[in-house]
Design a protein. Structure first.
Length: 94
């Protein structure tokens, strides 16, 4: 996994993490950004998905089900990548 750090327009730094760490951040109530692996998460042409447990996603919606649906609909070509990348706030990691 490539260590990547991005800054959004509000000045918040986001660091790429693996799926296990993203899931633990999600379960703790933190924000997680999901984007196709070859796409910059703050690209103007392709948007990312910011998920957290505080939002009401519906009954029995888990982190894995959200990721599976995102992967099915958005990670479907060689140009953007066939699997998602996960980003969490840099403050959460430290």
């Amino acid at each position: 996994m490539t260590n990547r750090i991005f800054t959004d327009r509000d000045g918040v730094c986001w660091t790429r993490v693996n799926k296990r760490r993203a899931k633990s951040a999600y379960e703790a109530g933190g924000d997680v950004i999901i984007t196709p692996v070859y796409v910059d998460p703050f690209n103007m042409w392709r948007t990312h998905a910011r998920i957290n447990k505080r939002k009401q996603w519906g009954c029995d919606v888990t982190f894995d089900s959200i990721v599976n649906e995102y992967e099915y609909y958005n990670c479907n070509s060689n140009s953007v990548g066939r699997y998602p990348a996960y980003y969490v706030r840099s403050e959460v990691i430290e």
